[in-house]
Design a binder for this molecule. Sequence first.
Ligand code: UDP
Length: 194
Amino acid sequence: ADRLDLEGVSVADLTRDELLAHLHEVLERKTQLCLGFCNANMLLAALREPAYAAALRGFLLVSDGLGIDLCSALFRGRFFRENLNGTDLVPAFLAAETTPRTLYLLGARPGIAGAAARNLALAYPQHRVVGVRHGYFRPEEAGAVVAEINAAAPDILLVALGNPGQELFIAEHGARLDARLLMGVGALVDYTAG
Ligand code: UDP
């Protein structure tokens, strides 16, 4: 199979180029995609916590790291064709994507997403960051956060709230978010801020 299926969690076996082409398609077709980079911790958390596994069912999950690669070897007799983590894949995607796109960065400590946005503007001048917000808000503020993101109208929403928070946020609010590509990106915002 072209995926690892474990207790209802399904991780696609895509190459980087296949994934980049798919993300481009999603943006062109104006459909919505939730993308998750599934490492061994995420997989274990999903196996332990049915609500997290259920949230991940709405995602395209790709394989991130050695732990999940070993799982793949054990349970389906082959390794994943490529390792795809957000910290490498998102910059590669922004570089490959020549069509101008708008982005919103949600997550990390106050001030970090703004610094990341300035670095993205320098690195990928064809794209535009239309909004940022730190990732320390109360559950009852989530509705206002969603409204703020929709008002900025990004094509792409990068969510850096850690696991499982980022995937749960995307699963819970995705239907009300107008962005087409929603990605849980972990430490990417910290990393991009430098
Ligand atoms: N983060 C956040 N809000 C939270 C928890 C985490 O914005 O409530 C951010 C954190 O500042 C960091 C990113 O999420 O930028 C990843 O956090 P962490 O390394 O704790 O996540 P994990 O290693 O669990 O993915």
